[in-house]
Design a protein around this ligand. Structure first.
Ligand code: ZN
Length: 349
């Protein structure tokens, strides 16, 4: 394994398992497609990351990639998902993590010390994340039960309205300051997550939602998979004002590889060079400082630039960063050190 293993803020491998497209054994032995499996992770230095449990909307099988090929676009928020459906799906998500661990593909990590120990290991370090909290009940019983099963990070909403708040739409170009943020129930959820030391992910919140979280929590503010709005003015990206809030909280941002959130033209097209990703990197480092930037690939959930293609292509990113003047010290921080720092702070280690 490389000296610079990546800990990654976001992937959607579990969604492929839950849709029956791949098996845990397949992830362990190697897959013909998709972005992540164990052999490619070892080749590419993908040490692990946040594994998202995401409940898809009933209506959309793919995220309107066609519409996003033709900016400008404004994709309506998908219909809400019922709590009952979300609970079943989320239970299966935790079972899938157990299956991956039994198959020898991952090590489910509950502490930053466990993540650090797993990064150079054959198995991928996996932190359980819930993306969109439809499955959580108002009394937080399931939040506590899933925390006991390893849940360490949660996004109150995906880009879809829930009882907790309003998601940010896939809209380009657009300011993320769209509509109301968290509901009173959503604010209570953030308080409970803070009490349990669960990371609250800002990535799919609108501007008001980000402010609501910032007003409640003392934990570092974290956007696991988002980019710089000043480079790509997509509603999913972070404005300088939001970046300043994240810096002031000593939090961090994971750079998302999704083409539509990287390219200045907002187009969902993977044919472009890593120079565009480096522009986001430069802006984020300038705004946040070297200790508050990492990666959040969105592997298996997004169309990633051709020079990376999948997790085996991460050495191309490392090389591009080195050619860009990033020295070994900074490379260690942005590939994994900054994530470990923020997880330690948040989880109280
Ligand atoms: Zn996402």
């Amino acid at each position: 394994m490389t000296r610079f293993p990546f800990f990654d803020g976001h992937n959607d491998l579990l969604l492929r398992l839950l849709r029956g497209k791949v098996t845990a054994q397949g992830v362990a032995s190697g897959l013909p497609d998709g972005h992540i499996d164990k052999p490619r992770a070892q080749r590419g230095g993908f040490g692990g990351g946040m594994f998202a449990i995401f409940v898809p909307s009933p209506s959309d099988n793919s995220l309107s990639h066609d519409e996003m090929r033709h900016p400008p676009y404004d994709i309506p928020l998908p219909a809400p998902v019922s709590e009952e459906e979300a609970v079943g799906w989320t239970e299966r998500g935790f079972a899938a993590l157990d299956d991956l661990e039994s198959a020898g593909a991952i090590r489910l990590c509950r502490t930053a010390a466990e993540v650090e120990a797993a990064l150079p290991a054959e198995e991928m370090a996996a932190v359980a994340h819930i993306e969109g909290a439809e499955a959580i009940d108002r009394d937080f019983e399931r939040l506590h039960a899933w925390h006991a099963r390893g849940l360490r990070s949660l996004g109150p909403v995906w880009s879809r309205d829930t009882v907790w708040g309003h998601g940010v739409p896939f809209r380009y170009p657009s300011d993320p300051d769209i509509g109301p943020g968290l509901t009173e129930a959503g604010k209570a959820l953030v308080r409970e997550c803070s009490r349990l030391k669960i990371v609250v992910d800002l990535s799919h919140l609108n501007a008001k939602g980000v402010e609501d979280v910032a007003a409640i929590t003392d934990a570092p503010l974290v956007a696991t998979h988002s980019n710089a709005w000043s480079i790509c003015p997509h509603a999913r990206n972070l404005t300088d004002r939001q970046l300043d809030m994240i810096r002031d909280s000593d939090g961090m941002v994971g750079i998302n590889f999704a083409s539509a959130f990287l390219r200045p033209d907002g187009c969902m097209d993977a044919e472009f060079g890593l120079d565009i990703l480096l522009r986001h990197f430069d802006h984020l480092v300038e705004r946040l400082g070297e200790d508050r930037v990492g990666f959040g690939s969105d592997f298996d959930g997004a169309l990633v630039p051709d020079p990376i293609t999948d997790c085996a292509g991460l050495p191309n990113l490392t090389e591009a960063l080195q050619s860009h003047g990033v020295d070994d010290g900074l490379l260690a921080k942005i590939t994994h050190g900054n994530w470990l720092r923020v997880l330690r702070l948040t989880w109280g280690e």
